[in-house]
Ligand binder design. Structure first.
Ligand code: C2O
Ligand code: CU
Length: 489
């Protein structure tokens, strides 16, 4: 059950090993994305194991489930412009960190060992400074043994509300967390990382679930009312085709960033493909009393029901469907496309990956720190342009994929030459998805983009000082080489 890394991380040694800045080279300055006098909210956060009846009543409860603050799939919300001061304590039996996915935090609060902090050993604490400059739908999760800890449930949602959104007259918000559980018949977690999975599409759960439960939610909403559906794929592996059985539905935001609404019916096949870590906001108009809207993942041979919305009489009148646009945030730094530097990266299998940094002797304390902190599996199956994040006996932190200049704009062309889709995520930035070699699509802002086999996708962003990882969000892929980093200085 416990991985080799888990054992190493469980030891007290991790606590005594100060992270040497030399592991990542000189530390660039960290950038605050809110004014110093922004309103502060304190959050006491801990991660711990608990027992949860994942399979439902009458079935064995699952031990060693991981949750923040004792709440499975915890949800938080805060207004845009707030600074969260997070006092985090690790009550897990192994090391962890907290990564604020999609949020433009100063990189020293980004939670990535060993390039932004050292791992937090069991019993230890860490303070995170989390400014929330941009409204949107975010989440947080460990960036250490993700495959194991996220696989066992350690994910929480963070909605950052724009005060201007309050004027958009939704009747109801419904959140859909897509996350399967990998359980044996006895209700206990199975090994999350398998070589067969990690080297292909990933290891799937054994039971599907929405919002943690194996029975899809049935939610009442006002007949003819307007529902804001907010979906996230928090699974380690699964890619879904989000869709529903009504024409009156429109996409409002990707990764929490508002776009001019797009009728779901007008996108290819009427579905929006989403990989791990991707979020989608959709406006659904309810039918008349007694009617239902069913939301599905259409990617599986048999569409999988994610949620049923049931229309109940609340005195609302029928009227033509017009999507309710969300206010577009203006805080995200926009790239200057005319002056952008173009960089090309290949997502590929590790065959042919070359060793770029010298290996360290295994008894070097830095080598131990790397085993503890690079937070990767024992195997290397994937690479970004022939760089694989060190794994197993390969005790090296790879050099940055590239050193970027603070404030400079970049266009990354990401080409997938493997047989599997890869949701590619860049830390610390919200980027503009410019184009795909395979499909016509609107431009939108995101922090994670799905790159299909034989597809090249172009993204653009304005670089912010820091050490930032760039990786696939299929967790076994990132844990087996599909991760690199940029130094921005
Ligand atoms: Cu959601 Cu590097 O991760
Ligand atoms: Cu991948």
């Amino acid at each position: 059950m416990m991985t080799r890394r888990g054992f190493l991380l469980g030891g007290a040694a991790a606590g005594t090993l100060a992270l040497s800045p030399s592991a990542a080279g000189p530390l660039p300055p960290a950038v605050d994305t809110l004014p110093a006098d922004a309103p502060v909210r304190r959050l006491t956060l801990s991660a711990a194991e608990m027992e949860v009846p994942l399979l439902g009543p009458g079935r064995p409860a699952t031990r060693r489930f991981c949750a923040y603050n004792g709440t499975p799939l915890m949800r938080l919300r805060a207004p845009r412009g707030t600074r969260l001061k997070v006092d985090f304590t690790n009550r897990l039996p192994s090391a962890t960190t907290v990564h604020w996915h999609g949020i433009r935090v100063p990189y020293l609060s980004d939670g990535v060992a060993p390039i932004t902090q050292e791992p937090i050993p069991p019993g230890a604490a860490f303070a995170y400074d989390v400014p929330l400059p941009d409204p949107g739908f975010y989440f947080f999760h460990p960036h250490c043994d993700e495959t194991g800890q996220v696989g066992r449930g350690l994910v929480a949602l963070l909605m950052v509300d724009d005060p201007a959104e309050a004027k958009v007259p939704f009747d109801l918000e419904h959140v859909i967390v897509v996350k399967d559980w990998r359980l044996g018949a006895d209700g206990q977690f199975l090994e999350m990382f398998t070589d067969e999975g990690a080297s292909t599409a990933g290891t799937f759960g054994t039971v599907r679930a929405t919002n943690g439960a194996v029975v899809p939610p049935r939610i009442e909403a006002p007949a003819f009312g307007d529902v804001r559906v907010r979906a996230i794929v928090a699974d380690a592996t699964r890619v879904i085709d989000f869709g529903c059985d009504t024409e009156d539905a429109a996409i409002l935001a990707c990764d929490g960033q508002a776009i001019p609404p797009i009728l779901l019916d007008t996108v290819p096949d009427g579905v929006w493909r989403m990989g791990p870590a991707q979020r989608l906001d959709v406006h659904v108009r309810m039918p008349g009393p007694g009617g239902e809207v069913k939301i599905y993942d259409y990617r599986t041979a048999e569409p999988y029901l994610l949620t049923t919305l049931v229309a109940v009489e609340r005195g609302k009148k029928k009227r033509p469907f017009r999507p309710l646009a969300l206010p577009v945030a203006k805080e995200v730094p926009m790239p200057d496309l005319k002056r952008a530097t173009r960089l090309e990266f290949l997502v590929q299998t590790a065959a042919g990956a070359i060793a770029v940094a010298p290996s360290l002797p295994p008894d070097d304390p830095l080598a131990k720190a790397l085993i503890d902190s690079v937070c990767v599996g024992d195997k290397t199956f994937w690479a970004i342009s022939r760089n694989s994040w060190g794994a197993g006996a390969d005790l090296r932190l790879p050099p940055p994929l590239e050193t970027l200049k603070d404030g400079q704009s970049y266009i990354l062309s990401i080409s997938n030459v493997t047989k599997h889709p890869h949701p590619m995520h860049l830390h610390g930035h919200i980027f503009r998805v410019l184009s795909s070699s395979r499909k016509k699509m609107p431009q939108y802002l995101a922090d994670t983009v799905l790159v299909e086999p034989n597809e090249s996708v172009e993204i653009a962003f304005k670089a912010t000082s820091g050490n930032w990882v760039f990786h696939c969000h299929i967790l076994e892929h990132m844990d087996s080489g599909l991760m690199g980093w940029f130094r921005v200085a």
